[in-house]
Design a protein around this ligand. Structure first.
Ligand code: ATP
Length: 353
């Protein structure tokens, strides 16, 4: 795979901004990849996207598209010459034009017949061949989303940018539209960057995710990597619920309030680890076990799983179990880790000699 987009040391500070909106980031997006920029509100996702699109100048750093320099302090290629397609949050469809005309609108330098022929092909690709003459207002939110995507795809961009594209859909429609759009983009081998603050959306939609915080990138990886092996406390917390605990590590084991735990990498000295609630399980108290039991202080049945809160003298734990693991409030239970604890930071190996 080749990098379609290369970003190096990109930075931007707005004149009235207290902190840099984007603070020296490096990033590579491969051809055909769906990539997500994920982070809380104000972390610099949209500003990064706008610099890639050519709507915003960078103060520092470079952006290359297909190896060509499009943005640096000295150079800027105008937005309309970057061949980057954008899908907006509100779809920005023309209400007075039919679906077919909305999609054909962006095509230039062709006869009307050619434009409409091409628009028909792309609308078939997004599964809307039966809605060519409909007005956008008669379509569902998910269908409007697909018209907006078709209007971008028809111009054959090298890269598609999507800024919170599913946020106006209701939760049920959002999940199915997301899955459809994802498979469509993969079928079209379209390189795509999605901006979102919704962790579930980023994890389920993207091939790789960059987690951003305060203008910087904290971690880049596949959804499994960033969720199961967060490198920082922020990433561990931002991607879902987790238990954060301190201990003392020596190699691949650590002494913790939960007893001796396996670690996901070697670590030394004071260590802070993360254990996701579903990587723990509860077993009935056994006095022979020679380890302290916790007390169940919270229980939420959620259909396919149950969330328990378990209190130990020094720590409170969150545990997700399957829906067949039954404990009641006040029960005593033992906690057991199903996966190695993820090391967030440690003191490093001891000095030689
Ligand atoms: P959101 O999810 O809320 O859209 P974001 O992660 O996309 O947030 P940005 O919109 O990139 O974040 O904003 C990053 C920072 O830059 C914020 O502190 C924001 O207030 C500031 N900012 C963004 N655009 C401008 C602007 N045009 N002028 C001044 N400050 C701006």
């Amino acid at each position: 795979m080749n990098a379609l987009l290369e970003i190096s040391q990109l930075a931007k500070k707005f004149a009235d901004g207290k902190y840099p909106a984007v603070n020296f980031i490096d990033l590579e997006v491969q051809e055909g990849e769906i990539f997500a920029l994920l982070g809380p509100s104000g972390c610099g996702k949209t500003t990064t996207l706008r610099m890639i699109a050519g709507f915003e100048r960078a103060d520092h750093g470079e952006i290359r598209l297909q190896g060509k320099l499009v943005e640096s302090r000295q150079t800027t290629v105008p937005a309309e010459k970057r061949n980057v397609g954008i899908v907006f949050q509100d779809y920005a469809l023309f209400p007075h034009l039919t679906v077919l005309k909305n999609v054909a609108f962006g095509l230039k330098g062709k006869t009307r017949r050619e434009r409409e022929q091409r628009a028909r092909e792309v609308l078939a690709l997004v599964g809307l061949e039966g809605n060519l003459d409909s007005s956008p207002s008669t379509l569902s939110g998910g269908q409007q989303q697909r018209v907006a995507l078709a209007r971008t795809l028809v111009t054959e961009p090298n890269l598609i940018l999507m800024d919170e594209p599913f946020s106006s859909l209701d939760p049920v429609l959002r999940e199915s539209t997301r899955a459809e759009v994802r498979s469509l983009l993969h079928r079209a081998r379209m390189t795509t960057i999605l901006v979102t603050h919704d962790q579930e959306e980023a994890l389920s939609f993207a091939d790789r995710v960059a987690v951003m915080r305060a203008g910087r990138i904290e971690q880049v990886g596949t959804p499994e990597e960033v969720y199961n092996h967060p490198e920082t406390e922020f990433v561990a917390r931002f991607l879902g619920r987790t238990n954060l605990i301190n201990g003392r590590a020596s190699g691949c084991m650590a002494e913790t309030p939960l007893g001796r735990l396996r670690l996901d990498r070697t670590a030394w000295g004071k260590v802070r680890v993360s254990l996701r609630p579903e990587h723990l399980t509860l077993i009935p108290n056994d006095p022979q076990a020679k380890r302290p039991a916790g007390e169940i202080i919270g229980r939420a049945f959620k259909g396919h799983d149950i969330t328990y809160r378990v209190r130990f003298p020094a720590h409170e734990w969150i545990v997700h179990t399957d829906n067949r693991t039954h404990f009641q409030i006040g029960d005593k239970a033992l906690l057991s880790a199903l996966e190695p604890a993820v090391v967030l930071h440690d003191e490093g190996p001891p000095e030689e000699g």
